[in-house]
Design a protein around this ligand. Structure first.
Ligand SMILES: NC(=O)c1ccc[n+]([C@@H]2O[C@H](COP(=O)([O-])OP(=O)(O)OC[C@H]3O[C@@H](n4cnc5c(N)ncnc54)[C@H](O)[C@@H]3O)[C@@H](O)[C@H]2O)c1
Length: 316
């Protein structure tokens, strides 16, 4: 029987790649998105589209009555600064929205829930890098708290109702369709500047590091976590997978790699460091390797080349 999957946020960057891969693999896909930052054109043609807020009665009803076996939840308020300015808005979308969906999923007999979490915001800065799933947790923003809290709600629904749950803790995801207008997504921002032959800005000394993972690899991790075997929930880490590369790349190195990948030279400008920014971040992926049989296939140079190809087509 064809599996019915709902992808929330499937008109956005990562969710649309996830929805596309499900379609390719023969799933019956419904995308639910309020188009607040997503784009209708990103939704795969073969998917059904419902324009609705994750916190709406419509979203809950759909999960209750739609015969879905899988809920893949990518919709979110994901702007760290917005979460600091308006933590209630962040919680309304990221926590109340999640609970609205989970209540629908429970009533509708959804068997598995996958959730887009974030390695960059749930882990603290104290443990050695790259962080394994068991590393200590200390979010530094209300957005991080909502991601971590969501993982606890998922674990709770698993304990109470026997749903299988998966939290995918992403590193810094990049690739085609990433919006260059937010504050995150440095590859998209640099790419758009390069395309317009404008200088790119590096904050602080540029030595801060991130773990960059290509979006097609992230979609493959979602697919693998849709069918992997049962796991007992003793802690949120038991049902979490880091999805990254384990490799730290500094902003300076990223800027150089982008100029290299594009063959275009623009000036690099420096601006004061931004308050509250993590100095270093990378996630260990041994668990996903071992249990999902997953590992990233697209290296940084190739990923940047593919991303810039898309940006040059005028989309970014
Ligand atoms: N991009 C990254 O590097 C990264 C890293 C870690 C985690 N994540 C998580 O991955 C998920 C997807 O991120 P993205 O980078 O693709 O962002 P995105 O903004 O491209 O996608 C988010 C989508 O959710 C939709 N949405 C937002 N609020 C909604 C609401 N209330 N109801 C319905 N739809 C709503 C938006 O319209 C958009 O299409 C998010 O949960 C984000 O927190 C992303």
């Amino acid at each position: 029987m064809t599996k019915r999957v709902m992808v929330t946020g499937g008109a956005g960057f990562i969710g649309s790649h996830v929805a596309g891969l499900y379609v390719e693999q023969g799933y019956d896909v419904t995308v639910l998105d309020d188009l607040s930052s997503g784009n209708r054109a990103n939704v795969p043609e073969a998917a059904q589209f419902v324009e609705a807020d994750v916190g709406s009665p419509e979203a809950q009803r759909l999960l209750e009555r739609g015969g879905f076996t899988v809920l893949n939840h990518h919709a979110a308020q994901m702007d760290v600064r917005v979460s600091v300015r308006d933590p209630m808005l962040d919680a309304r979308i990221n926590l109340i929205g999640l609970l609205n969906l989970l209540e629908g999923a429970r009533a509708g007999g959804v068997e598995r829930v996958l959730f887009a979490s974030s390695g960059g915001v749930v882990y603290g800065e104290s443990d050695a890098l790259p962080h394994p799933e068991e590393a200590s947790k200390l979010p530094v923003s209300p957005y991080g708290v909502s991601k971590l809290s969501s993982e606890y709600y998922l674990a709770q629904y698993s304990l109470l109702y026997g749903m299988t749950v998966r939290s995918l803790r992403y590193a810094n995801v990049y690739g085609p369709r990433q919006n260059p207008h937010g504050e995150a997504g440095v590859v998209a921002i640099f790419g758009s500047r390069i395309r317009h032959r404008q200088p790119i800005t590096v904050y602080g000394d540029g030595a801060q590091t991130r773990d960059y993972v290509y979006v097609a690899d992230v979609a493959r991790a979602n697919l693998a976590a849709t069918t992997d075997g049962e796991t007992a929930v003793g802690s949120i880490d038991d049902v979490a997978y880091n999805v990254g590369t384990g490799i730290e790349t500094s902003v300076n190195a990223l800027a150089a790699a982008m100029l290299d990948a594009t063959g275009i030279s623009v000036p690099i400008e420096h601006a004061p460091a931004r308050a509250g920014e993590l100095q270093r971040s990378a996630v260990a992926i041994a668990k996903a390797r071992g249990r999902l049989g997953w590992e990233p296939q697209v290296g940084l140079a190739e990923g940047l080349r593919r991303t810039y190809e898309w940006i040059e087509m005028g989309e970014g």
